[in-house]
Write a protein that binds this ligand. Structure first.
Ligand code: FEO
Length: 397
């Protein structure tokens, strides 16, 4: 993919990973691939901001070689030590053994454990700067956005923010900028990224956004470490992050369930009927048939979540366990919840669902809705009424 000058003297030299379909092990599906963005600042001193995932190391070096001799790098800024951004550091440092590295203290500790190399690492804190010639790189620590070592790098002269994972998206493209691609699609992927990675750290996101504002940083381009660079709409992604971090949610209900013999499906559809009669948008997912990250994204952005399961071995169906585990980790405070399901001689599924929803911070609407074996007409009518009741609560929330 072509090297791109994103600002005067600043080049995208990263890699596009068209074929990755699962990130962070099995936890994040990436149907549109991703990119590992690395930026080369050509000034009196040459500075590389972040590297790429290890298998793309040669691609990074080849891209750098299109602009400068890749053995002439003076500084390497490590905004984040996760392998997708630091994996190629040994390759870069092998070519530039005298280069100075700049990273947070947490990153320095992590780099030692990851690479066991004797690199010349300068620990930086928020407010520290690096003058490279006509440009000044300012560092802003961003712990837990999303690792303890995370950091943003800002170039005031260019109004350019390089915040690593923050504001990124898993979105491979032959283009680099938001005005060159389907903007709504990129925003959807940014929302998925936020919901599935940053949502547990929303309070810290709000604090960081406030800090950026209080510092008066002028930003007209945000160049994250994954996906598309925001040059036309940096304000839109900043505003979107603010809303997501505040937990602003759509007036929408998400119903997710799994079933053995369709009794729970019937209940899910009855809830849906009631919600629809109340004029509220709803989505329905059978979890074993749907991408779990898409479901979680929808849940995080909805006002209410109804989760149903048949009971098997006194518990939920196994297909629901991963998504409930992830929801507990991602957190979903301020939402209305309800557990429902069918059971035979023994119950247990709804108890697990209620417990997990409560752990995720969801407020239960009321007692779980359970039927024995198959729901009859009266029970389906009650489910419909309950759906309507929850929808009205969503409207007035
Ligand atoms: Fe936290 Fe893109 O790595």
């Amino acid at each position: 993919m072509a090297v791109t000058e994103i600002k005067k003297g600043v080049y995208w030299v990263g890699a596009v990973d068209w074929n990755i379909r699962s990130f962070h092990g099995p936890t994040f599906t990436t149907p549109y691939g991703t990119t590992y963005n690395s930026y080369l600042i050509v000034d009196e001193q040459i500075t590389l901001v972040d590297a790429v995932y290890t298998p793309f190391a040669q691609e990074l070096i080849d891209h750098i070689a299109e602009i400068i001799d890749p053995t002439t790098i003076d500084n390497v800024v490590v905004n984040h030590i996760e392998t997708d951004h630091a994996g190629a550091l040994p390759n870069i440092m092998a070519l530039n053994p005298g280069a100075r590295m700049f990273a947070t203290n947490n990153a320095k500790v992590g780099l030692a454990k990851h690479f066991d190399q004797d690199w010349d690492i300068t620990v930086v804190k928020s407010g520290d700067t690096l003058k490279t010639g006509k440009y000044t790189l300012s560092f802003l620590e961003a712990p837990m956005l999303h690792w303890p070592d995370s950091m943003f790098t800002y170039i005031g002269e260019l109004k350019l923010l390089m915040p690593n994972d923050a504001f990124g998206q898993h979105y491979a493209s032959n283009f680099r900028f938001d005005d060159q691609v389907n903007f709504n699609h990129v925003m959807d992927e940014a929302r998925k990224y936020y919901a599935n990675i940053l949502n547990p750290f929303s309070k810290l996101v709000l604090k960081k956004l406030a800090e950026v504002e209080s510092l008066g940083l002028e930003i007209d381009m945000i160049a994250p470490s994954h996906g598309i660079i925001w040059r036309q709409n940096p304000d839109k992604i900043l505003q979107a992050y603010s809303g997501w971090a505040k937990g602003e949610s759509a007036k929408k209900v998400v119903i997710l369930y799994d079933t053995m013999w369709e009794s729970t499906t019937k209940l899910a559809k009855a809830f849906m009927e009631g919600i629809t009669e109340a004029g509220v948008e709803a989505a329905l997912y059978q979890v074993s048939k749907t991408d779990h990250n898409d479901i979680l994204t929808d849940v995080i952005n909805a006002s209410a979540v109804l989760i149903g399961s048949s009971t098997v071995n006194n518990n939920i169906l196994p297909s629901l366990s991963p998504i409930l585990d992830e929801l507990v980790g991602l957190k979903a405070p301020g939402k209305i919840g309800l557990a429902f399901g069918s059971q035979g001689w023994a119950g247990g599924a709804v108890k697990t669902i209620e417990q997990r929803l409560t752990e995720a911070g969801v407020e239960m609407h009321g007692p779980a809705f359970v039927v024995k074996w198959l729901p009859n007409g009266e029970e389906l009518q009650r489910a419909k009424e309950l759906g309507k009741e929850i929808a009205m609560q969503v409207v007035h929330s």
